[in-house]
Design a protein around this ligand. Structure first.
Ligand code: ADP
Ligand code: MG
Length: 701
């Protein structure tokens, strides 16, 4: 085969004229032969199976049955007529139904002659029926059967309207195979194909488009999924290796005075085993001479802050500065206050820098950063400003990273000649499967254990009609000295409407919880930061018992005395957001509660989300459900990630293949890190093509 065969523009394919070429390009992004050959069916109609009528059940989907029509009749309905055929086989009787095209069907149907019918099975009033079935005389069917599994290609309305039907797609691909002679080079090394008993490339491509049998189809799918995931993993692992080889990092080889003193004398609690393990992992990274790039995952309340502090102390012990960046002013302030308290007895200098830091103070901070007398800087995005220059930044810690983009992370790197070590902390548990594909270039640590003595939060779902009871519950909790959050959704598109909901809610709460007995704080996005802080502070100090807010309080806010979280219109929140919000309570010793308020109108997905919240407190389990409901593309912060434009594999369903692909990619690179071995030549070539093309599936030529 001509090596450039697959780079032939699609216009040159037989049966593709200028009009079809334009359509294929515009609607499906198919520009070259290689795009077409890698345009995979998204489902197959299984025609290998024949059902008997007595095997049908209510949930049967698409079925294929052999039988005869013994009777035809017209049935009058309110809206038009329908043509009903009585269809039998040797096990029973059912109906075939047509709502239009009656004359043509009546004229062409042969009574008492064997047919193969195929269609979606309905069950109604005790009878099974197939509306508008595909029909073929058994005789013709036997003669014509080419492939048992019929591929169905993704399509668009426009394509169908312009005559590029599934059948046409099929013909085009057949044409391409004819021209190619079916010879396609393999893109995986031979020893891997043998070891894993993978189908070769040419056969896989053929069977993905024209499956000979269900088994061959499964083999083809496995091979192509493996390949896709293998090259993604290879890229990620290589990126990580290159970083470790090329990007020198500062070596923190001293576990010095500050770390040891704090560890021995000032830890306010015993660390959990998970915290100890993670600190060890971080210490190992910091002690090597490669730059650390580590993601620390830990559910809300799992105790990430102390890990951040201990890491920062290591930096200072080695003569470096550290910074901690948080996504909101409230959070940055809270970190600052919390850390200030923790290191009270240590001789270190900590400062806070946010958008509302006054000019004079700002100047002081800039100077102290430059002369090195400031050890830990805590702040918001303000830290990223060019004016903020460090003497020697050794460690950058980013809290709640999904709020920050990758670009911002990179910005921190350029504050020095040698990039600082980076620790990214997130409370949004990313399912391992997703983390492996997304952050394969980060090392991952997990705190999978909550500090002892926490009582699991009790979560319930209540309808708006039960509001009076919920209010009574709030009164009881407040009488016990606890505090309550009431959160309203805020979704950008309907901001004004949401604001009105919040205000209406606030008024009704103010009526039911009158001053002076009850004091209420309110925080929302349309307030000035200073006013927000005042309201927040009142709640933190316990001067108000109820905090009415939008999702501003989602992240990180810590008020241990708050024991009730009420989420209004909970059906409008995503799962990870609900989980984050719930994490605001359950931080003290008291039993805490989360009440999800909704109307009666709930979609299936909303129901699943609510049930999941009620069932479990485990952030990872919730993240898995979330991933299944939304698909990986929508998980917060992953939208930009091209990694997830998978063509054939599914990160959730093909988890096992992903693991295998990762394992073999690692093994290969361990053995041959520079891809120099002859046996890995095809990997090197393929990898280069992927790098040049930026997409995984255009490299096979
Ligand atoms: P997050 O991981 O959500 O940032 P924090 O670091 O804010 O969690 O910790 C939550 C609370 O748990 C804090 O009040 C902290 O002091 C406390 N905490 C953290 N680790 C432990 C521990 N090992 N034992 C007891 N309490 C702890
Ligand atoms: Mg935190």
């Amino acid at each position: 085969m001509n090596p450039n065969f697959l780079n032939t523009p699609i216009d040159y394919l037989k049966r593709v004229g200028p009009q079809r070429a334009t359509l294929l390009k515009q609607e499906l992004g198919i520009h070259y032969y290689k795009d077409l050959i890698n345009f995979f069916p998204n489902k197959y109609i299984d025609k290998t199976n024949y059902y008997k009528i007595n095997q049908l059940h209510r949930n049967s989907a698409e079925v294929q049955i052999v039988g005869k029509i013994v009777h035809l009749k017209m049935v009058e309905q309110k809206r038009g007529k329908r043509l009903v055929a009585t269809f039998i086989d040797d096990t029973g009787e059912m109906e075939l139904v047509w709502f239009k095209g009656h004359k043509w069907i009546k004229d062409s149907i042969k009574l008492n002659t064997p047919y193969v019918v195929y269609g979606k099975c309905n069950w109604f009033n005790g009878t099974f029926s197939l509306p508008h079935p595909e029909m073929e005389l058994l005789e013709d069917h036997k003669a014509s059967l080419k492939t048992a599994m019929q591929p169905v290609y993704p399509s668009t309305e426009k394509l169908t309207k312009m005559g590029i039907t599934n059948r046409v797609m099929n013909q085009l691909i057949q044409e391409l195979f004819r021209e190619s002679g079916g010879k396609f080079y393999d893109t995986l090394p031979k020893y891997l194909l043998e070891e894993l008993k993978l189908m070769n490339k040419a056969e896989s491509l053929f069977n993905i488009h024209f499956p000979r049998t269900t088994q061959k189809l499964a083999q083809a799918q496995y091979r192509l999924k493996f390949e896709e995931l293998f090259y993604i993993q290879l890229q990620l692992i290589l990126k990580n290796l290159i970083r470790k080889q090329k990007i020198k990092g500062y070596t923190f080889d001293q576990v010095g005075v500050l770390f040891n003193d704090f560890y021995a004398n000032h830890l306010p609690f015993d660390l959990t085993n998970a915290q100890k393990r993670v600190i060890k992992e971080i210490r190992k990274d910091l002690g090597s001479n490669a730059q650390m790039n580590r993601l620390l995952q830990g559910d809300v309340g799992s105790g990430k802050t102390i890990v951040a502090l201990l890491s920062a102390l290591l930096a200072i012990d080695n003569g470096f500065q550290a910074c901690i960046m948080a996504p909101t002013e409230i959070l940055a302030t809270q970190h600052y206050n919390g850390l200030l308290e923790l290191v009270e007895k240590l001789p270190i200098n900590i400062r806070l820098l946010t958008g509302s830091t006054k000019t004079a103070e700002r100047k002081e901070i800039h100077e102290a950063l430059l002369d090195g007398s400031l050890h830990i800087l805590i702040g918001t995005h303000a830290i990223l400003e060019d004016k903020v220059q460090f003497n020697n930044l050794g460690l950058a810690i980013i809290d709640e990273q999904h709020r920050f983009g990758v670009a911002q992370r990179a910005k921190l790197w350029h504050k020095n000649d040698i990039p600082p070590h980076v620790l990214v902390m997130t409370a949004t548990p990313i399912p391992r499967t997703l983390a492996m594909s997304l952050y394969g270039d980060l090392d991952i640590s997990v705190i999978d254990e909550l500090p002892p003595g926490r009582k699991p939060i009790k979560t319930v779902h209540r309808y708006d009609s039960n509001r009076l009871k919920v209010f009574q519950f709030i009164r009881d909790e407040i009488a016990l000295g606890r505090q309550v959050y009431i959160v309203y959704p805020l979704i950008q598109e309907s901001e004004t409407l949401d604001y009105k909901d919040l205000m209406d809610g606030y008024e009704s709460i103010a009526r039911d919880f009158p001053a002076p007995k009850y004091q209420i704080s309110i925080v929302h996005g349309q307030m000035k930061p200073a006013d927000k802080d005042v309201e927040m502070e009142r709640f933190v100090r316990g001067e108000t018992q109820i905090m009415v807010a939008t999702t501003v309080i989602e992240v990180g806010v810590n008020v241990p005395n708050a024991s009730v979280m009420i989420i209004e219109s909970a059906e409008r929140f995503g799962l990870s957001q609900l989980h984050q919000l719930r994490g605001r309570v359950g931080r003290g010793a008291e039993q805490s509660y989360c009440i999800l308020m909704t109307s009666h109108k709930l979609s299936d997905d909303s129901k699943t989300r609510l049930e999941t919240m009620v069932r479990t407190n485990d952030g990872f389990e919730i993240a898995e459900v979330d991933l299944k409901l939304r698909g990986p593309g929508d998980i917060m912060g992953t939208q930009q990630s091209g990694v997830l434009n998978l063509r054939i594999a599914d990160i959730v369903k093909d988890n096992d293949i992903l693991k295998a692909a990762r394992y073999y990619a690692m093994k290969l690179l361990k053995n041959d890190p520079n891809l120099r071995l002859e046996e890995n030549k095809v990997v090197l070539n393929t990898y280069k093509k992927i790098q040049a093309n930026k997409t995984i599936w255009n490299y096979i030529s």
